[in-house]
Ligand binder design. Sequence first.
Ligand code: SF4
Ligand code: SF4
Length: 435
Amino acid sequence: METSFSKEQLKDKDNKSSEKILRKCVHCGFCNATCPTYQLLGNELDGPRGRIYLIKDMLENKKPANAQIVKHIDRCLSCYSCMTTCPSGVNYMHLIDHGRSHIEKTYTRPLRERITRSFLSKVLPNPNYFRIIRLIVFIVKPFKFFLPKNIEEMINLMPKDFPKKNLPTLKLYPAKNRKKPVARVALLTGCVQTVISPQINEATIRLLNRHGIEVVVPKGIDCCGSLNHHLGKDSIAKQTFKKNILIWYDEYLNNGLDAIISNTSGCGTTLKDYGFIFKTDNEFKKKAKKISELTKDISEYLNENVKLNFITNKKNNKSYKIAYHSACSMQHAQKIHDVPKSLIRKTGNSVLDIPDGHICCGSAGTYNLLQNDIAKKLLKNKIQNIEKIDPEFISTGNIGCITQIANATKIPILHTVEIIDWYTGGPKPKVLGNI
Ligand code: SF4
Ligand code: SF4
């Protein structure tokens, strides 16, 4: 695609990077075919190619965003299905991040939207605030019908059950039965996940410790920063990124780290992008690059670095049909698709592919809270596709998808790491009950 940025405009590092991306696009429109919002809404501007044009126009012509542009950009899930399809290697992820940040700088949203977005930006990344909101939701839930529609929808998305925490909160979880661990990793325990699904981190820690790996959870790291990054709130996101980079880099230099483990693929995607985000920042670029290099999704790490010791016992001697839901951030952003399925197969269970598995479930960070109608349609399609293959339970690697899907089906859903933990000597996940 031809571009017409001036020399002056290209002095800006974000413009320079976006111009490079834009030049790769050949307008073919293949990406529209696999875009969930284009499929649902049928409007060119609700597909990747149309959005690329909208962003190009704003950036090149120094145009402030307007309500129409914002509508179509906001409808993008950041699922990156378009990036998997694109034959020209267009990095839509970096382009839409730039577009969102431009919108945040040049457009004043209606008051209600501003309040909602600020609320989400402050509450979700902070586990303590989120715990308070959880309590408030519990109290007001019986009266939700008297509240505005969007608040009622948000209340509906709050999970019904909150599993109890079983492991104490420690900075260091030592390797089991070894004086010297075989490896030392940091775990990103996350923000929302620590409150609504602590069993995922616990399964990760147990599993790694049992295989001789020491796990460190450095103090001061909650959120990876992606929630604010995707809301276009760059300066808040960057504060979080910088804090995390400094803490992990310090741990890496002083005590040694073989990897930084993410068990939420949405967060892992952002951690792996720290290097790009700071590539022109002289103070942070080296450190950010190192953090990105160290980051591994738990499935990737187990596959590449751990000789898993599968154990058959009374609690896991049955074979199940498991539907694997590949989170968009896992398959399209991190390009990890077969590894989790092959790990599940090693447990002796069978893995079923979900029809249209490349299409998002509608969770997408804060998307189901902000674009509820589209998210619901995508969820409905996802559940129909899952139910078609009649699995005994579902597995995935992202807390957002787990929460979204669990809200709409009775089929149990659990994180892939819980299955691996269970089949290597950990407890049977409670969500499975007696099945
Ligand atoms: S990221 Fe997803 S929703 Fe957005 S344009 Fe690409 S395919 Fe469509
Ligand atoms: S598939 Fe790639 S090259 Fe073709 S229009 Fe979409 S982004 Fe551009």
